[in-house]
Design a protein around this ligand. Structure first.
Ligand code: ASP
Length: 387
């Protein structure tokens, strides 16, 4: 049965941090072995960091927060956290069971960034490994490169000892793909524009029929954290856009787009329509705006305004000219201030996923010394992306 983080766990974790903070500056004439507390530990994530447990006791943010407060490396903690979501077959937007591409093949993207080490690693269009975040970490730790893709990423993973599976589909993801395929037989839509339109319409119809959550057409987990020493790391991992053209890579594994960390400033990461985020490299933009003194919320809102201004293609706009998709950013700064922001206040997607009456509100989650919490994102625009 699921065991949520208890108040006692957190008081214990908080007490440990408090103890560190109260160590006197000099101990027997030597510098103390511990660093005085610079920040309140915090983990922030997309909403799936709050509700998937892979049949275990903890969610992503709970696991990561406890590991951080117990002194673990921040990136190790975040990756252990997102592994819960990657491995959970019920989350069909991340890792194992993520919705496949147009050929029915699950291709995964991830990147991670270690603030104090100023290193990062990523993989894209990786097939056969349930936890792409771990492979991204191995790219960071053991190579001189940032990003490995496709077959090369898989060969690298194999050489690092990762188990390679033939197929990461679950019965559910395969059934949904077959249904999508049945409805969009591309032979009938040789014109690429018509095919793209048909694909969107079919997916939206499948959401309306309750076959799948709209949240999972897109869908990703981004998770960032800061420890008491002020060390900041982040990770993003996804199966990307459902039914994508094989080889399509979104924003998630791209540094500056799906994730960016600067240990002196803060971290930002995204979920939602990757193509719109890529044009503005908005995670980098947000961190740079925070460097200039902006609060996480203001920096996030400025990035959303840029995305809105850059969205001029008719096919991507509603009748009123506003974007017809959603995008969220999860942001924290070196002071431990944080924000979740979204283009739209609501999404079809969120309904039911959180099991709340106002489940349409776009959310994010955090874990602090007071426990895990689901919070509502600050929106740029009211209503739903679909109008
Ligand atoms: N941003 C991801 C992508 O475009 C998907 C998502 O987060 O919804 O691949």
């Amino acid at each position: 049965m699921r065991r949520t983080i208890t108040r006692r766990d957190l008081v214990r974790a908080g007490a440990a941090v408090g103890l560190v903070a109260s160590v006197p500056g000099k101990l027997f004439g030597q510098a103390p072995a511990v660093v005085v507390r610079k920040a309140k530990p915090l983990v922030i994530a997309s909403p799936n960091g709050f509700y998937f447990t892979n049949g275990g006791a903890q969610t992503c943010v709970e696991k990561a927060f406890l590991m951080i407060t117990q002194g673990g490396d921040v990136l190790d903690a975040l990756i252990e956290g997102v592994n819960i979501v990657e491995l959970d077959p019920l989350e069909d937007a991340v890792g194992y069971g993520g919705l496949p591409n147009a050929d029915g093949v699950v291709q995964l993207d991830s990147c991670c960034m270690h603030g104090p080490k100023k290193r990062a690693g990523g993989v894209a269009a990786l097939e056969g490994v349930r936890t792409p975040s771990r492979v991204a970490r191995a790219v960071m730790d053991t190579t001189d490169h940032h990003l490995l893709v496709g077959k090369g990423a898989q060969t690298f993973a194999r050489s690092m000892g990762f188990a390679i599976e033939d197929d990461l589909n679950t019965e559910r993801s395969r059934t949904l793909w077959l249904e999508w395929k049945r409805r969009t037989d591309p032979l009938h839509y040789l014109d690429p524009a018509k095919r793209e339109l048909a694909s969107r319409q079919v997916s939206q119809q499948m959401v309306r029929e309750g076959l799948m959550s709209g949240r999972h057409l897109y869908g990703t987990i981004n998770c960032s954290g800061i420890n008491a020493k002020g060390q900041i790391c982040g990770v993003t991992t996804t199966s990307g856009l459902a039914w994508k053209i094989p080889g399509r890579v979104g924003d998630s594994p791209i540094l500056g787009a799906g994730l960016y960390v600067d240990n002196e400033v803060g971290a930002a990461g995204s979920t939602g329509r990757g193509e719109a985020n890529l044009y503005g490299l908005c995670s980098f933009l947000i961190v740079e705006l925070m460097r200039g003194g902006m609060h996480p919320k203001d920096a996030g809102m400025e990035a959303l305004r840029r995305i809105k201004a850059n969205t001029i293609e008719k096919r991507l706009c509603r009748a009123d000219g506003n974007p017809s998709f959603n995008l969220s950013f999860y942001i924290l700064n070196a002071k431990g201030e944080y924000a979740g922001v979204a283009l739209y206040r609501e999404d079809e997607d969120e309904r039911g996923a959180v099991g709340q009456k106002d489940g349409r509100l776009v959310r994010y989650c955090v874990c602090t010394e007071s426990g895990p919490q689901m919070l509502v994102c600050e929106p740029l625009l009211p209503g739903l992306p679909q109008g």
